[in-house]
Design a binder for this molecule. Sequence first.
Ligand code: PLP
Length: 397
Amino acid sequence: MFEIIDIINQELSSLRSKGNYRHFLHQVKDDDGNPFIKYNKDGTWVKAVNYCSNDYLSMSNHPYVIEAFTRSSKIYGVSSGGTRNISGTTEAHISLEKTLSQWHEKEAALLFGSAYIANLATLQTLGRRIPELIFFSDEKNHASLIEGMRSAGNKKIVFKHNDIHDLEEKLSNADPLAPKLVIFESIYSMNGHVAPAAEILKLAQEYKAMTYVDEVHAVGMYGAKNAGYCFNDPTAIKPDIINGTLSKAIGTFGGYIASSAEVVDFVRSFGSGFIFTTSLPPAVCSAAEASIELLQKDKERVYKMKTLVHLFRKLLTEEGIPFTFNQSHITPIKVGNPEKCKAIADRLLHDFGIYIQPINYPTVPLGEECLRVIITSAHNEDQIYHLVQSLKKCIRG
Ligand code: PLP
């Protein structure tokens, strides 16, 4: 026992000495739902504007969503009280799954405690039940996708990030008779890269591979009815399995997959991470459904968020501050050194009232440390001007 504690302490000290130890600040919101961070500065609590919230459209504060949550919690209470199989399925779950399947133009959908669990449980179930299945995985895939494949133990072939030619070479070298699943994200969370989704989906079809797309950072903000990046082009081939979250643009909590009736029934029937855990609180499902109802027709919030992102990047360019350009709403500013990254973030926080979480290893590879800036629809133009001027002072020293 003592040895275990010694190892734990050594690992934690090593994390601290490399500048990679994680500190959590408290998030608060003002009456209009604007995201702030509260932190202790010399004994007093002060506020800073939050530029790393994934509540991209501020739906977590929308009165209609809160009202749906309140109404539902008065009917069901604040917990489902069981697993889906043992009294944890309510009308709110069924109704949300129907809405999700229709939104993503699929036959069915299945809810999970988070998108992380949805990825883990779905890939694990497919892999374990179909041992000859080969995974083809983009090298930058999220930890939850990697963990799902790893825990299944199937053959995994990693293709170069967003590289359609490398994927083709790898698909063409694989056993033509083996079942295949191509797994990628439509928008990569840390670098904001957008996948050549239409090309990958077409290629997979040519090689008779099924496709699994993590749309966590796209649902609610891209494509027709804001259903995700894969819905940008109505004529493009659609993924076989879509993974999404209810916890980012939708502003509530939970995750899901949407797919054919058979795939959903298969994961529902065999997925350990679906079966043996308490289902989402029904009120959360009702809130998510209310949010999706609004987002399906939203133009205003998405437009405001994207317009502010555009302004931010224009000002960065004018000030000569380099950033990783991409087609998404995520703007990484590469620093490339964990101590420097943390020092810039600390100065932004203490001197300028700006909170940007430094992104260090293991979230990104060593040398890729960055400030990942998230502009939401709750920010305003004045804040963006202040942000760029502050970044200029902190980065240039
Ligand atoms: N997939 C990707 C690409 C993510 O970035 C994240 C979380 O940030 C997840 C899945 C997990 O989503 P959730 O927060 O719903 O578990």
